[in-house]
Write a protein that binds this ligand. Structure first.
Ligand SMILES: [Zn+2]
Length: 423
């Protein structure tokens, strides 16, 4: 006798709950992120976690909701370790992305959701965000985690630490740090603590000039200042990413003990060897300069600026090629801003061009990204105990990286389907 005969409403609720709890995802193939490929694998998901990968003829849990994805290959949800998710721009607004009318922080949090959805549509289920104003990144993260907003898992930095330049920052004084801006080394521990207190997951430091059309890479913090930031961050149990466009800042960031080095070109062999020795991650962000040059009209960049972006990109590519060859660990970071969300994984195309296999490229966006976040036990693999962050792609991603870039059809994050283009 069925329970529903006595308590129809209750039974329905119980059934719906059970269906929400256990899911069996049938794929043509499961690329699990460990190097293993399971033909006709069935991923069993309980709540927000993966419990196992079953074979095609294995018995499935009773009451499991079976989702037929047998036209697709499963890959782990990808991790983009360098974004600025709160940098939102509406291409129909007629404004310059860098000079938009002022937006209230509350509104920034709202519109940034759209960037997050674009990232999810790319198969990016986790993001390390590398700096935002007014802690809008913290608010967005918490809205996703605690208020049910749809978006990728966010690991945020708050205000990136930058060199305060009195002539350009009239509202800052020399006794207090503001928005991560510091005048001298004595303010660095306090600036780091401010980010941690505000809820930052990791620390970001701008160790050189360079952003947008500006591809100068002049070091803005000394080795000692970088070391002070690294020591303060590590003292709070936080990791630190240091931005440097140029090689000097890159070298000092590595020697100071940064967990990851962002962007840098023309790194010398000694620095690359040091990165291998220390396990420093390199996040080259090659593709973002392709983006700026390609959308030069939207940004109102001159042809000369676009040419400078292109030549920086070539050197960036060459540095990444040498780094990979030297054995440096790379993690995929897009440096996505504005309408680059939705192009988050194009970086992987450059990685294959510089000599990685598609599997190695995919690893930069899965296991390597997870390791950089310190989440290697929960993210980056389709394996028991890991979050059910799973992407279905059409085609074989191990033969052709473009399958990952262009053929994402379905995305699950934490056991919930967040993108479905299978119909
Ligand atoms: Zn950035």
């Amino acid at each position: 006798m069925r329970l529903s005969q006595f308590f129809p409403a209750l039974a329905l609720a119980v059934t719906a709950h059970a269906q929400a709890q256990t899911k069996a995802l049938r794929f043509a193939s499961v690329v699990d992120g460990t190097g293993r490929v399971v033909p006709n694998g069935v991923v069993i998901v309980d709540g927000d976690k993966i419990t196992r990968i079953a074979g095609p003829r294995d018995a499935l849990p009773a009451n499991a909701q079976v989702i037929d994805l047998t036209r697709y290959t499963a890959i782990p949800g990808m991790i983009d370790v360098h974004t600025h998710i709160t940098y939102y721009w509406d291409p129909t607004s007629g404004t310059d992305p860098w000079r938009q009318p002022r937006r209230a922080p509350e509104m920034t949090v709202q519109v940034a959701r759209q960037n997050g959805i674009k990232a999810l549509e790319d198969g990016v289920t986790a993001v390390r965000d590398m700096g935002a104003s007014n802690y809008t990144d913290v608010a967005l993260r918490d809205s996703i985690n605690k208020a049910g907003w749809v978006g990728p898992r966010l690991f945020v930095s708050g205000s990136g630490l930058s060199r305060a330049r009195p002539p350009y920052q009239p509202n800052t004084d020399t006794t207090h740090t503001l928005r991560g801006r510091v005048f001298n080394i004595s303010q660095i521990p306090e600036a780091v603590k401010q980010q941690v207190d505000a809820g930052a997951d990791q620390i970001k430091m701008f160790g050189s000039t360079g952003s947008g059309a500006d591809v100068t890479g002049n070091e803005t913090f000394s080795f000692d200042e970088m070391k002070a930031a690294v020591d303060a961050a590590h003292g709070f149990g936080k990791r630190i990413a240091i931005h440097s466009y140029g090689p000097q800042g890159g070298r000092d960031a590595v020697l100071a003990g940064a967990n990851s080095l962002e962007h840098a070109i023309d790194l010398d062999d000694a620095t690359l060897a040091e990165m291998v020795k220390r396990g420093t991650f390199y996040v080259p962000t090659i593709d973002h300069n392709r983006y700026y040059a390609e959308y030069k009209t939207d940004f109102r960049y001159t042809d000369q600026q676009a040419a400078a972006l292109d030549s920086f990109r070539l050197r960036n590519f060459e540095t990444a090629r040498r780094a990979f060859k030297a054995g440096v660990k790379l993690a995929m970071g897009s440096d996505a801003v504005f309408h680059m969300f939705g192009q988050n994984t194009r970086e992987l195309g450059w990685y294959v061009k510089l000599g990685m296999t598609p599997a190695q490229a995919l690893a930069t966006a899965t296991t390597n990204g997870a390791a950089l976040l310190g989440q290697e036990k929960t993210l980056g693999k389709i394996a028991p105990g890991y979050y059910a962050d799973i992407v279905a792609v059409e085609g074989n991603p191990l033969n052709d990286i473009n399958v990952v870039l262009n053929n994402v059809r379905w995305v699950m994050k934490g056991g919930a389907v967040v993108v479905d283009k299978t119909k």
